[in-house]
Design a binder for this molecule. Structure first.
Ligand code: HEM
Length: 205
């Protein structure tokens, strides 16, 4: 996601807007999928019950957030923050009956892979169970963070940010999408809800 030109601004986009988009769309999907939300809430409340007042989450706590991260992965599948990436061919490549000559630039579209029904049946359905066993996924079938040598170096960090944010949102607040929220979004190039993330939210304690 980094390009030449405005390095500071690009790093902000690479590190901030991507994770913000993930958390935003995760909340939207959890609001619309009560079963998935119930699993996330139960998992997070179990972790919260074992913590003293004000005690920080540990790495071990994050490792227990299996359902929450599965829901986040399903969100990244349906709405990948980075919808495409560029690569340059180092040799002639034959693909699908076409030869792509050495030196050509190729753009892969993350959505096309994530919405391929041969890989993810019924791709429009939000189903975190697809990621119950991430090791079973075919190589390069789930590529929200890209792949290969230039894969996103911030992917584990964004996982930490997302899990910590969701933990506090679901255990400390009662929330739901505001009435009239129409679910639309547009890309600039990151996905943003057209109306912003309109939620009704109040502290639990
Ligand atoms: C949900 C969150 C994120 C998503 C979906 C995401 C996605 C991506 C993707 C698709 C790429 C291109 C990978 C490729 O070409 O194969 C990338 C590159 C990059 N990302 Fe992320 N990213 C996220 C969070 C972060 C964070 C938190 C940081 C930094 C703290 C970060 C830093 C970078 C950098 C520096 C690159 C360029 C790597 C290179 O060109 O070698 N990203 N990211």
């Amino acid at each position: 996601m980094l390009s030449k030109g405005l390095p500071n601004e690009d790093i902000m986009v690479a590190a901030h807007d991507t994770t913000a988009a993930l958390i935003t769309f995760l909340l939207r999907h959890l609001d619309a999928n009560k079963d998935a939300y119930a699993k996330v809430l139960q998992e997070q409340e179990e972790i919260a019950r074992c913590k003293a007042e004000g005690e920080a989450l540990s790495w071990e706590d994050l490792c227990k957030m299996r359902h929450t991260w599965a829901a986040a992965m399903e969100t990244l599948r349906i709405v990948p923050p980075a919808f495409s990436m560029l690569r340059r061919t180092l040799a002639d490549v034959e693909f699908g009956g076409y030869v792509i000559p050495k030196g050509w630039q190729v753009m892969y579209a993350t959505n096309m892979t994530h919405w391929d029904q041969a890989i993810f049946p019924d791709p429009g359905r939000f189903d975190p169970a697809r990621f119950d066993d991430p090791a079973a996924l075919a190589p390069y079938s789930f590529v929200p963070f890209g792949g290969g040598a230039r894969m996103c170096p911030g992917n584990e960090f964004s996982k930490v940010e997302t899990l910590v944010a969701v933990h506090h949102i679901v255990t400390r607040f009662r929330w739901k999408l505001a009435d009239g929220c129409d679910g639309s979004f547009s890309r600039h190039p990151m996905p943003y809800p057209t109306q912003g993330l309109l939620i009704d939210i109040e502290p639990i304690h």
